[in-house]
Design a protein around this ligand. Structure first.
Ligand SMILES: Nc1nc2c(ncn2[C@@H]2O[C@H](COP(=O)(O)OP(=O)(O)OP(=O)(O)O)[C@@H](O)[C@H]2O)c(=O)[nH]1
Length: 345
């Protein structure tokens, strides 16, 4: 099975697990009073928990709030959980069965720090509740021996800590898979440059920045000349090597903050932030010369490129219009005999 499909399946699997955990908790909290014959106000607590959990879920899934607000929500949850626990019988209450799930939730919703904070608080709460279990009023009227409270407190502490570890590894794996998927979605597998999707994201950000700061932004569209001949004469694999090597030359010649993407088969796009059209024309000329002086693949093949240059033109301009202008200039260059730089009108 190809790696990216495996990663995607694993990502979907992770999301399903999160959803199952959520649904289980929410349903257990809601129906708890019916199963264990608790007073009706426990149902209200269950409904409040339901709102809290669904709230968290949407806050995270829809990226509604910055991280510190998620931390705050977790704190509010704690403020609700611990007193509920206290009035329902401390470590002897039925509610403790759900406590070990909270560190996992905190890890998935907030992050490692949030999970650690919640774990420490829950463990401290459990130890206090165990010590003071004789004085905690159980509203269900239950009477528990000191030994039983101590045993429950002990196992509860162990399960909270285990759950925190599980949450930690679960989050680590989730972060890895998401990062891997993101990279696979935005990078061209052959050259390692950005693909069209990656380009779109970075290009839009740069255009927004340009509008805010009123700084110039230029674009160079590059097409390798007579590339079909290389493929036809030496084979597709040699063509691939030439593409990789051209991509490497572009990357090593340009600045770190320039954006380089493979736009199509043998076409590349370069976005140059804080660069005027005249400066971009000089850079394009440089690239043309560097490429034409090098030899590519084991066959030492000469390669030339044709380049179309344009710049952004304020509010009414957009990525598509810029690419179209550069493309027009590039095809003028092809008509003029290739291996040259053409500026848009
Ligand atoms: N090896 C290889 N070839 C590719 C890839 N993608 C596109 N191509 C080839 O790139 C060639 C593009 O050919 P054309 O569009 O005719 O252009 P050209 O031969 O470069 O001629 P001009 O652009 O007019 O100078 C085609 O032969 C495609 O098969 C790829 O990923 N690897």
């Amino acid at each position: 099975m190809p790696n990216n499909i495996q990663a995607e399946l694993s990502h979907k699997f992770t999301l399903r697990i999160i959803e199952i955990v959520f649904t289980t908790i929410v349903l257990s909290l809601i129906f708890r009073p019916f199963f264990i014959d608790l007073p009706i106000y426990f149902l209200l607590i269950g409904i409040a928990d339901l709102f809290l959990m669904t709230g968290f879920y949407f806050i995270v899934r829809l990226n509604l709030l910055p991280k510190w607000e998620i931390t705050l929500s977790l704190l509010i949850a704690l403020i609700i959980i611990l007193p509920t626990l206290a009035i329902s019988g401390g470590v002897n209450s039925q509610m403790v069965y759900f406590l070990p799930l909270y560190p996992i939730l905190a890890a998935l919703l907030g992050g490692h720090r949030e999970s650690l904070a919640l774990t420490v608080t829950l463990v401290a709460g459990t130890i206090l509740a165990t010590i003071f279990s004789e004085y905690i009023v159980d509203l269900t009227g239950g009477v528990y021996s000191k030994e039983m409270s101590t045993a429950r407190g002990f196992w509860l502490t162990i399960s909270i800590i285990l759950s925190a570890f599980f949450g930690h590894f679960f989050l680590q794996r989730y972060t890895e898979v998401t990062k891997q998927l993101k990279e696979e979605n935005t990078l061209d597998p052959l050259t390692g440059l950005l693909n069209r999707r990656g380009l779109n994201t970075h290009f839009s950000k740069e255009l927004e920045e340009t509008e805010i700061t009123s700084s110039p932004l230029s674009l160079i569209l590059i097409d390798i000349d007579y590339f079909k001949k290389i493929n036809d004469r030496y084979g597709h694999d040699v063509g691939d090597i030439c593409l990789i090597e051209v991509a490497n030359v572009l990357s090593s010649t340009l600045r770190k903050r320039d954006i380089i993407a493979r736009f199509g088969g043998e076409e590349f796009i370069i976005i140059l932030p804080s660069t005027t059209k005249n400066q971009a024309a000089l850079i394009a000329d440089d690239l043309k010369n560097v490429i034409s002086k090098q030899k590519f693949s084991d066959f030492n093949l000469p390669i030339t490129i044709t380049l179309g240059v344009t710049d952004s033109r304020g509010q009414h301009d957009n990525a598509l219009k810029m690419i179209k202008r550069a493309d027009k200039a590039l095809y003028r260059g092809k008509d003029k005999g290739r291996n040259c730089v053409e500026l848009s009108e």
